[in-house]
Design a protein around this ligand. Structure first.
Ligand code: C2E
Ligand code: CA
Ligand code: CA
Length: 239
């Protein structure tokens, strides 16, 4: 599991990380998820993979705490399969998760079948465990304001396809501004992904975006590299 840091747009403080799965292949080196997630789905192990990532995150959090590194929140990606998993709540209950320290990133398409009671029920119970819900890749799918109101996510993650053109395209800039304004009026936070330059960061700050993540700050890093960078630059805890 690799980590990419997220920062407060106003204060530049480290607010959290996104956990991104990597596969250390014996012959092909470190593989990014696009090389194996589809296969994991097909083999029906996507849910298991997500669970292993979460367990790894909780272990890494303990190590960070021992090093004096304070990472307020870790976001993990959750596949549709896992959200439908009947054993999900039981599995989560067995883990030692403190309220507010973990956030689940769910893509919009998962909410399209919002009639499904199992999913709605799982979501409510996840929230009751103190795990935040974030809508990933927001702006590319079809989430309606109505379903936003119903779901009440903690945060919208604005897709990098919308974020990247904002410096040059007035349309995308206006769209991102609207998303931020709507979210704010609903009491929902916003995070921009794919923030590749400091100009993007400055623009997003101006538009009122709460949190920023992207190559402008850091690429996803192996746990040790992340810990080293974070201690040196981002998050030394006052002794
Ligand atoms: P995502 O959730 O949209 O994750 C962000 C992806 O954008 C990551 O790719 C990250 O490396 C990349 N990225 C970060 N900053 C920038 C930037 O400034 N510019 C650009 N162009 N890209 C940036 P990665 O790690 O290859 O992950 C790809 C996708 O795989 C993720 O997209 C997510 O949907 C999925 N994924 C990753 N880890 C997990 C996991 O543990 N479980 C599940 N179910 N899915 C995962
Ligand atoms: Ca994500
Ligand atoms: Ca995303």
């Amino acid at each position: 599991t690799w980590y990419q840091p997220q920062f407060d747009a106003q204060t530049s403080r480290l607010t959290g990380v996104e956990a991104l799965v990597r596969w250390r292949h014996p012959h092909h080196g470190i593989l990014a998820p696009d090389r194996f997630l589809k296969i994991a789905e097909d083999l029906n192990v996507a849910s298991t993979l997500d669970h292993i990532v979460l367990e790894t995150v909780l272990k890494d959090k303990v190590r960070w705490a021992q090093m004096g590194l304070h990472v307020p929140k870790v976001s993990v990606n959750v596949s549709s399969r896992r959200l439908h998993d009947e054993g999900l709540l039981e599995a989560l209950n067995r883990l030692d998760i403190r309220p507010g320290e973990i956030s689940f990133e769910l893509v919009e398409s998962i909410f399209l079948d919002e009639h499904e009671d199992a999913v709605a029920n799982n979501l409510e119970q996840i929230k009751a465990l103190g795990i935040d819900i974030e809508i990933d890749d927001f702006g590319t799918g079809h989430t309606s304001i109505a379903s936003l109101l119903k779901l009440r996510p903690k945060r919208l993650k604005i897709d990098r396809q919308l974020v990247m053109p904002i410096l040059h395209s007035p349309q995308e800039r206006a769209l991102v501004r609207s998303i931020i304004d709507i979210a704010r009026s609903l009491g929902v936070e916003t995070i921009a992904e794919g923030v590749e330059t400091m100009q993007h960061a400055a623009m997003l700050r101006e538009l009122g975006c709460d949190l920023l993540q992207g190559y402008a700050f850091a690429r996803p890093l192996a746990c040790d590299d992340f810990s080293r960078m974070a201690l040196a630059n981002w998050a030394r805890e006052a002794a």
